[in-house]
Design a protein around this ligand. Structure first.
Ligand code: SAM
Length: 418
């Protein structure tokens, strides 16, 4: 049996685990807070030391977590931190990521906080194995935590968890699993059920009944490379800068409507008054229509359905000349230096993996103003280094707590070339 050891947690790592030092090496202890004196059972996992919490001997900078599932559910990692420790952890990750790429004295704005209970997208796991369960996966585990409460999701999504559990009991075979992607649009919830096999007639009837009983805006299923809507009761839309966009099923959206507004404001503040803007990784136009109030926008997006939704929305409000849309894979075919010559401002908001290829081309361009939006400080800092090595100055970084209690952080950054 491994010997238990006593440790003092001194910081919070990027996955949300408390970090202590033992024999000069970091030991990661989930669900601990800075200042905690803990008894842990250490083990080596994939070359790093982890500690399973045996006993909290002396509490540090912690508070009582709000949620009964905290500690088992993989959704939240930081609910137990005091407010000061929470903010310090998130800003610490950002500073750490920047420092890794040689950025020492960058101006970082205070962490912009967003309200809990507002997340408008969720992917819930469903399983029927004896009991039927519906919820998030446990932390670093395939087990599903049967969700009874959630303080992150919007109440309209939480209200669907129990009905989804009942539906899963009805339509899933024994030992069957499924996933439900929920999106809260402006006129109700859109559900896509990912099933292991194409639903039979009885299951389709149950799905249609479910959509009506819970007043869903839309319900679809996917299985075996097939996809079909079951019910469309209202349009599934989001409104950006006054323009309604019809949302394709399960499309990317920022974490909440408040996140849309805060990020758009930060992007507008940073962009200044350009004459022509490229909006790269534009999605369904979260920033495109707001940016179009300043100058004509060329929006580039890799997902065909998102690009079409954005193009259709621009046409519907007669702004097809103000917001032009191009479907393009920016990893395989980044915008080139020659193409950038038409623009004096670029906004880019890539997925978590960042924008390596695109940043290299941008770094060689003469575009005077670049605004980056990112949900991953590590890939952001890597891409920022490429831009700065190409002659840009990283002028300002504004962190936004879109993903409350999770080990994720959103940010908006401004680059200038003089
Ligand atoms: C973080 S989202 C941002 C979307 C939008 N700016 C917003 O705020 O809603 C990243 C977007 O990049 C798109 N994307 C991912 N990989 C891409 C690629 N290689 N080329 C172009 N777009 C890509 C995704 O489809 C998604 O819409």
């Amino acid at each position: 049996m491994t010997e238990e050891i006593e440790l003092t947690i001194d910081s919070v790592g990027v996955r949300g685990d408390g970090v202590a030092r033992h024999d000069g090496k970091p030991v990661y202890v989930p669900f601990t807070a800075p200042g905690d004196r803990v008894l842990v059972r250490p083990s080596a996992v994939k070359g790093e030391m982890r500690g399973e919490l045996v006993e909290l001997l002396v509490p540090g900078e912690r508070v009582e977590p709000r949620c009964a599932h905290f500690g088992t559910c993989g959704g939240c990692a930081l609910q137990h931190l005091s407010d000061d420790a929470y903010v310090a952890a998130k800003l610490g990750w950002l500073r750490g990521a920047l420092a890794q790429h040689g950025f020492k004295d960058i101006e970082i704005a205070p962490l912009r906080r967003l309200a809990p209970g507002t997340r408008r997208r969720a992917r819930l796991a469903l399983a029927r194995n004896g009991e039927t369960v519906a919820g998030f996966h446990g932390r670093m585990s395939h087990a599903i935590v049967d969700l009874r409460e959630c303080h992150v999701l919007h109440p309209a999504l939480v209200a669907l968890v129990v009905p989804l559990r009942v539906l899963a009991a009805e339509i899933l075979p024994r030992r069957g699993t499924a996933a439900a992607s929920l999106t809260l649009g402006d006129a109700g919830v859109d559900v896509v059920l990912a099933l292991l096999k194409v639903p039979d007639l009885a299951a389709l009837e149950a799905l249609a009944h479910f959509a009506a009983a819970h007043d869903l805006a839309r319900l679809s299923w996917s299985a075996d490379h097939a996809f079909a809507p079951v019910a469309q009761r209202r349009p599934v839309r989001a409104v950006f800068a006054g323009v309604a966009v019809d949302l394709p099923p399960d499309v990317f959206l920022q974490a909440s409507g408040e996140a849309d507004a805060v990020l758009s404001d930060f992007v507008l503040d940073a962009i200044d008054t350009p004459r022509r803007i490229a909006d790269l990784y534009a999605g369904v136009g979260t920033f495109s229509f707001a940016l179009a109030s300043r100058a004509p926008v060329h929006a580039v997006e890799g997902d065909a359905e998102a690009a079409k939704a954005l193009r259709d929305a621009a046409a519907r409000v007669n702004r097809a000349d103000r917001v032009t849309v191009e479907r393009r894979d920016l990893t395989r075919r980044p915008m080139s230096v020659a193409e950038f010559a038409r623009f004096d401002a670029v906004v880019f908001d890539p997925p978590r993996t960042g924008a390596l290829a695109q940043s290299r081309a941008l770094a060689a361009s003469a575009v005077p103003r670049v605004v980056a939006v990112s949900c991953n400080p590590a890939t952001f800092a890597r891409d920022a280094r490429i831009l700065v090595d190409g002659g840009y100055t990283l002028a300002h970084v504004a962190p936004v707590d879109s993903f409350i209690w999770s080990p994720h952080l959103e940010l908006v950054a401004r680059f200038e070339r003089r």
